[in-house]
Design a protein around this ligand. Structure first.
Ligand code: 0X9
Ligand code: ZN
Length: 443
């Protein structure tokens, strides 16, 4: 990082910390972490605004309505609608004015990504594109739900590539899972696994891809947190939402799903306060989203060897531990992790490090996958590098380049999924992946 930029971040972080000490109850371990700035935006307060509709004609009655504090947004000859809250609705009632009121978030449920970011997938487009991939895959791909998000109306989709076992059928093949969007606002992390699935399906006849696919069970869960992702775009403007949409006591929204996994849950770098952006939830695996991932992985423990969970942003390759400093105990595994991370970093240009070098955080996916089940697990923090380059919202232009940068790392892990410890030996066993990696160029 350039020194000028580093000191700017530091000053910014200090200013925010003193302005809002309460949100820093679980400050990252490193005082001048590149990521420190990301703790600044608190989770939005629960949105208790109402969309209020009143039968009204004429300027006079409209004036009475606006004087209650409602901001009128839609006006027709006999009806007006606008944004208010319960207090304002009470005022209408006491004036004897009849009205209809619905939560604003419900009224604007049909909103979407801003037009310039229309290339990103909302839940509906993700669902239909996944179905489309299955249809075009000639029996290679299947789609199933691993559960539903907190609101209960959206499936957490899992796309599987395995021509001889479909849906939840058992397979003996070594398995890998690519996940995205644990965190609502990290929309790019849905796009990368989705594009990877598309790439493998479209190139399934190429000999090097065909032979990789023939010996692996490949899973994609591109939107772990569908309610959160929709909530983030539901007003037509990004609202920097991180968590799921659990209605917390006290009115705040959401649990941080990447603090809710059950390995050293509730320890450092997570918060017991519901309105914190790193709220770990009422108990380990309290959330339907993390329960779904837990069940998905534990149903496949015999074969599941590698987890890659995409997040954004900062351009990092992270591996356990995250809940405490220092390496994992198993030195052979530690060597394999380091080799894998460094190898992949050559291709995507990201920085490889222990998760805890970023900051201590307990209850994340990778610590649980490794700690509870000895599954090799990585977190990729995707593009961009900083808030100044777009942060969580880098724009649609980032989609294809970020996928391209991460294709080789993703194929490398796919190849290693039979025995990730092989990485410690320094050799890729299959020459076909080497040629795939070479053929695809890269950084
Ligand atoms: O804080 C997180 O959950 C991840 N970063 S993000 O900006 N995408 O929210 C990083 C998790 C890394 N794990 C640990 N540091 N334990
Ligand atoms: Zn994240």
């Amino acid at each position: 990082m350039r020194p000028v930029l580093a000191s700017l971040i530091f000053v910014f972080s200090l200013a925010v910390a003193s302005a809002n000490d309460a949100s820093f109850d679980a400050a990252p371990a490193k005082p001048v972490s590149f990521k420190f700035q990301k703790k600044a935006p608190a989770a939005p307060a629960a949105d208790d605004r109402l969309w209020i509709t009143v039968k009204a004609s004429g300027a006079e009655s409209r004036e009475t309505i606006v004087n209650t504090g409602i901001s009128l947004e839609e006006i027709s000859s006999d009806e007006v609608s606008g944004v208010g809250n319960a207090r304002m609705a009470e005022r209408l009632k006491s004036l004897g004015i009849k009205f209809k009121a619905v939560p604003l978030t419900q009224r604007f449920h049909m909103q979407d990504f801003p037009a310039e970011d229309a290339a990103f997938h909302n839940y509906a487009r993700l669902t239909s594109d996944l179905q489309g991939l299955v249809a075009q895959s000639n029996g290679l791909a299947s789609l199933f739900s691993i559960g539903r998000g907190w609101a209960g109306d959206k499936d957490i989709w899992c796309l599987r590539l395995n021509s001889s076992a479909h849906g939840v059928e058992k397979s003996d093949r070594p398995a890998i899972v690519y996940m995205g969007t644990h965190h609502a606002r990290e929309h790019l992390s849905t796009e990368v696994p989705l594009l990877l699935a598309k790439y493998l399906i479209e190139n399934r006849a190429k000999p090097e891809i065909a032979s990789l696919l023939a010996k692996r069970d490949v899973y994609f869960i591109p939107m772990v947190n569908p309610d959160g992702a929709e909530y983030d775009i539901a007003t037509g403007q990004y609202r920097m939402h991180r968590k799921n949409v659990r209605a917390n006591d006290g009115g705040s929204v959401g649990v941080d799903l990447n603090r809710n996994y059950g390995y050293h849950w509730g320890e450092g770098g997570s918060s017991a306060e519901p309105d914190s952006d790193i709220y770990h939830g009422p108990s380990a695996f309290s959330e339907p989203e993390t329960q779904a991932i837990k069940k998905f992985i534990e149903d496949r423990l015999d074969t599941m060897k590698v987890v890659l969970t995409f997040h954004s942003f900062s351009e990092l390759i992270l591996y356990p531990w995250g809940h405490k400093n220092g390496p994992i105990d198993d030195t052979r595994a530690q060597t394999a992790y380091e080799t894998m991370a460094k190898t992949m970093a050559q291709w995507n240009g990201y920085t490889p490090e222990h998760s805890s070098d970023l900051y201590i955080a307990s209850g994340d996916t990778t610590d649980w996958a490794w700690g509870a089940h000895k599954i090799f697990a990585f977190t990729f923090e995707l593009t961009p590098k900083s808030m100044w380059d777009g942060g969580f919202y880098p724009g649609a232009g980032a989609i294809s380049s970020t996928f391209a940068a991460n294709l080789k790392p993703a194929l490398y892990l796919l190849d290693l999924a039979d025995d990730p410890y092989r990485a410690a030996g320094g050799n890729l066993s299959s020459s076909n992946v080497k040629s795939t990696l070479t053929a695809n160029g890269g950084r």
